[in-house]
Design a protein around this ligand. Structure first.
Ligand SMILES: [Zn+2]
Ligand SMILES: [Zn+2]
Length: 353
């Protein structure tokens, strides 16, 4: 175990907490000093080595775990919220999260692992996934394999993070910015204090979670929710693009993301991501000149490698991403479903150049 702690000055540190067997490598858990004791932003993946790293990191920042006053969670994903229960148990700190993600946590806890697998299988079948993709899930369902899925017993928070709320942290000005898209209740946290280096353009520092990362486009899929009714038309990509513009207008001097590394020029990064999605939506409209299911669309889309080389689990994520783009195109009136039997097929509406 190597402890990687960065002092960002002004009572802000980051601790690199490893995510086992994941190309992302680690989650950057941030520690913010307040007059009532330190507060954590996210906690990390629930794994013994990750836990040891987090505890050693808090110590390296000059605090004991028992000093922790509170924990702010940017979103419910297991690489951010995984260790929250352990942290609360060891320190007595409160846990806070946006209500939309809290309800995902609650519903996930209430659903049985089998219900989750059934939901996933039904969703993929409706998207047009072939039998060879569904077979391993059906096998897992038959063998009770859903019990190994992470996040099924995630901690329920004690407090709610309200949109736009100035958080009750003595001696600090930290404002919650609701940034749905990556998850329905994702929040960024804006430290409304002068940057310690002073020479940077912009104001304050932004803890951006997974919303704004320097070198990765965050995954935008349909919101995972086994209780989502068929008629509901959430538009996560639309939410995400709106949230990006909100962060762009904020113009923080520095961004402290939950993966990779801190960076400046938030506005430039926001513009690059907006352009990326605009280009992608235009490509998809071209691909939809012939009717395709979400699965067929995912197969035809450009990824970082050929479809044949995309690992099994990532294909499931790719289809979810294709579906989020389809939702957006349908909402904008650029695509529509084609009447017929079997998995729904979509087609572009306007004349495609
Ligand atoms: Zn995430
Ligand atoms: Zn993450």
């Amino acid at each position: 175990m190597t402890t990687q702690v960065t002092d960002h000055r002004g009572g802000v540190w980051s601790i690199a907490v490893p995510i086992p067997d994941n190309p992302l490598g680690h989650t950057l858990v941030h520690l913010l000093e307040t007059d009532r004791g330190p507060v954590l932003i996210d906690t990390g993946w629930d794994d013994p080595d990750s836990w040891d790293t987090l505890v050693a990191g808090v110590t390296a920042c000059g605090f004991a775990l028992a000093d922790l006053h509170g924990v702010l969670i940017t979103h419910h994903h297991p690489d951010h919220h995984g260790l929250s229960a352990k942290v609360r148990e060891a320190s007595g700190a409160w846990l806070a999260m946006h209500a939309a993600d809290t309800s995902v946590v609650r519903r996930t806890r209430e659903a049985t692992p089998d219900q989750w697998l059934d939901h996933l299988i039904a969703k993929l079948a409706a998207a047009g996934a072939p039998d060879d993709h569904l077979a391993p899930l059906r096998t897992a369902r038959a063998g009770g394999g859903g019990r190994r899925m992470p996040g099924l017993r995630a901690a329920l928070p004690d407090r709610e993070i309200g949109p736009g709320e100035l958080l009750d942290l003595p001696g600090r000005r930290l404002r919650a910015i609701w940034t749905p898209g990556h998850t329905p209740g994702h929040v960024c946290l804006h430290l409304e204090e002068e940057h310690p280096a002073r020479q940077n353009r912009g104001f304050g520092r932004l803890f951006s979670g997974d919303h704004l990362l320097p070198g990765i486009t965050p995954h935008i899929g349909l919101y995972e929710d086994p209780a989502e009714s068929a008629g509901e038309v959430a538009d996560p990509l639309g939410d995400y693009l709106d949230s990006l513009e909100r962060i762009g207008r904020l113009a923080p001097a520095e961004v402290l993301p939950a993966h990779q590394h801190a960076f400046t020029d938030a506005g430039g990064r926001v513009r690059a991501l907006l352009a990326h999605h605009e280009e992608r939506l235009a490509q998809l409209r071209t691909l939809l000149s012939e009717p395709r299911t979400a699965w067929q669309l995912a197969r035809a889309m450009e990824w970082n490698r050929p479809w044949e080389q995309i690992p099994y689990g990532s294909r499931t994520i790719a289809v979810s991403e294709a579906e989020a783009h389809l939702r957006r195109l349908v909402k904008l009136g650029h695509a529509e479903s084609v009447p017929g039997s079997g998995p729904v097929r979509y087609q572009a509406v306007d004349g495609v150049r």
